[in-house]
Design a protein around this ligand. Structure first.
Ligand SMILES: Nc1nc2c(c(=O)[nH]1)N[C@H]1C(S)=C(S)[C@@H](COP(=O)(O)O)O[C@H]1N2
Ligand SMILES: [Mo]
Length: 172
């Protein structure tokens, strides 16, 4: 019951911010959560042996998307973030490179660019209008809105839903 109430609240928030939308579809979302004060680094991006750091404010300056979905972690409602492909494009990353995402607990996954472009995962930094805390799967979590229903139903593996991301490496 509580879950349903949360989802309804999330849905109405998405309607307010982005107009009518289907659940679990990633859609442009403006203005969204204000994270301009969040200037401490949350993500290290490494390419060609060189690392740069990004803050939530840096990420939030990219085009934002929102998706309404439930997850197995009982984190339900409006997820807000930046499409991973938009981040990579904004940094001019070679589209043939594979991408490794690593988390605070050293869990890591590697994705090919076709995988990313076909499934449009969202690098989420907020849930229901609140930035995600580091001890609550934040500050960044890769979510897959197009796969949300299958993931919830258990017909799709959750291995690529990596939470607490703090590093992204471009592999050539
Ligand atoms: N940061 C981080 N993300 C992670 C993992 C992890 O260990 N660390 N495990 C992955 C795997 S293998 C699965 S199946 C899902 C579900 O994890 P859970 O059931 O332990 O919550 O999260 C994925 N994301
Ligand atoms: Mo797993």
């Amino acid at each position: 019951m509580l879950g349903n109430a949360r989802v309804l609240r999330g849905l109405s928030l998405l309607f307010l911010l982005a107009g009518p939308a289907l659940a679990a579809e990633s859609l442009p979302l403006q203005p969204g959560v204000t994270v301009t004060g969040h200037i401490q680094p949350v993500l290290t991006l490494t390419m060609n042996g060189e690392s740069t750091t990004l803050s939530l404010a840096d990420l939030a300056s990219l085009p934002r998307h929102g998706a309404t979905m439930e997850t197995i972690w009982n984190m339900n409602g409006v997820w807000e973030g930046v499409p991973l492909s938009s981040l990579l494009d904004s940094r001019g990353i070679d589209p043939t490179a594979a991408i490794r995402l690593q988390a605070i607990d050293d869990y890591e996954i590697t994705l090919s660019r076709p995988q990313i472009d076909a499934r449009e995962p969202l690098l989420a930094f907020a849930l229901n209008g609140v930035p995600m805390a580091a001890d609550a799967m934040g500050p960044l979590m890769l979510v897959w809105p197009g796969q949300a229903e299958a993931a919830l139903a258990g017909t799709e593996p959750l291995t690529n839903w990596i939470w607490s991301i703090d590093r992204i490496e471009v592999l050539y």
